[in-house]
Design a protein around this ligand. Structure first.
Ligand code: TXA
Ligand code: MG
Length: 321
């Protein structure tokens, strides 16, 4: 049984946060909104609870989770290392859609790190997310609250659609604001390395840390798996989904989405921010409407579109016209 509980996004009811934290303490799963997407949370110190996340999602055991913490102080207390770049990036972007990979400590359940010596940490912005972590008093391990490889959830109903019956409680605080998953940066090496592009772009990161590497997995999967979750096919709707770089003659029954430009007959997502916010809900809606095929007219290959392009490449198959 899954309970769906509406909670105030700005001033979450303390009793609701307390009962959600009690469920986590009892080893149950609780889904909640972050500023990016909804997360499927478990107490990050309980291996059996964390194992339920993998089972509920059908997630490969080799793909580690993000541990959400309530503050930079809490991150430092739980991290096995805290290099100067971590401090600089946390100072600039936390709370926010940035995840830092640092050395782990044995306090985390091993399943959180999927056998790696590192752990991914993030301080989410919303009051519900931080209030839940604070009420538990421990980090909350949470991947996106979707079936593995399906589109990430940006409203509570998406979580219900994918995971009803597999999660004890879904806290519904409305749609997430940002809409695509956090930027992931590994700060354990000499040079900080972007493992997953996201809402905080490479230029903004470079403005804080200077030297920065980016690992972009190519669509053919040829790039090494530095971030185990960056499988090529990911974030995909259950409908054939193709991408083209410019205009397209839609066939009867096709749905077309155009990003950053207007194309006759297409649903247009004009800016990178609007596209990030609305893309996943749109893909799920079209999937639900039973369209034959989704055709995505790609946004320009420019830096401000890089994170959205990354997600679209994973969700679609390239076609020649
Ligand atoms: O915005 C987000 O990041 C959302 C919200 C819920 O916080 N979470 C999310 O989680 O997208 P998930 O599990 O779908 O993606 C986490 C990514 C995966 O690509 C995973 O492989 C990577 O972070 N990751 C986690 N721990 C890692 C580690 N120790 N080393 C390298 N990559 C790691
Ligand atoms: Mg995910």
């Amino acid at each position: 049984m899954t309970e769906l509980l509406v909670i105030d996004a700005n001033t979450p009811q303390a009793a609701a946060l307390e009962s959600a934290a009690s469920l986590l303490r009892a080893g149950e799963l609780v889904a909640f909104a972050t500023e990016t997407v909804y997360g499927l949370g478990a107490d990050a110190t309980q291996d059996e609870a964390v194992a339920k996340i993998f089972a509920a999602k059908g997630r490969p055991q080799t793909n580690p989770l993000i541990a959400h913490v309530a503050s930079t102080e809490m991150a430092r207390a739980w991290a096995g290392s805290w290099p100067a770049v971590a401090g600089a990036l946390a100072g600039a972007f936390w709370p926010g859609p940035l995840t830092l990979v640092v050395r782990r400590t044995a306090r985390f359940a091993p399943a959180v790190s999927a056998g790696l010596e590192t752990v991914a940490l993030r301080v989410p912005e919303p009051a519900v997310a931080r209030g839940l972590i604070a009420a538990l008093g421990r980090p909350v391990a949470a991947p996106s609250a979707n079936r593995s490889e399906h589109v990430s959830p940006t409203i509570a109903q998406h979580v219900m659609d994918d995971l009803e019956g597999q999660v004890a409680l879904v806290l519904d605080s409305g749609p997430t604001g940002v809409g695509i998953e956090s930027t992931v940066v590994d700060v354990t090496g000499e040079v900080p390395t972007v493992l997953r592009r996201g809402p905080i772009g490479v230029e903004r990161l470079r403005g804080v840390v200077g030297d920065l590497r980016v690992i972009d997995q190519r669509a053919d999967g040829s790039e090494a798996q530095a971030s185990p979750g960056q499988s090529v096919r990911h974030y995909a709707p259950d409908v054939p989904c193709v991408r083209v770089e410019s205009g397209y003659e839609a066939r009867e029954g096709d749905a077309m989405i155009a990003l950053g430009r207007s194309v006759p007959g297409a649903i247009v997502l004009p800016t990178p921010e609007a596209a990030a916010r609305e893309l996943y809900a749109l893909l799920r809606r079209l999937e639900g409407e039973g369209v034959a095929k989704i055709v995505v007219v790609m946004p320009p290959d420019e830096s401000q579109w890089a994170a959205v392009r990354d997600r679209l490449v994973r969700a679609t198959v390239a076609v020649d016209r």
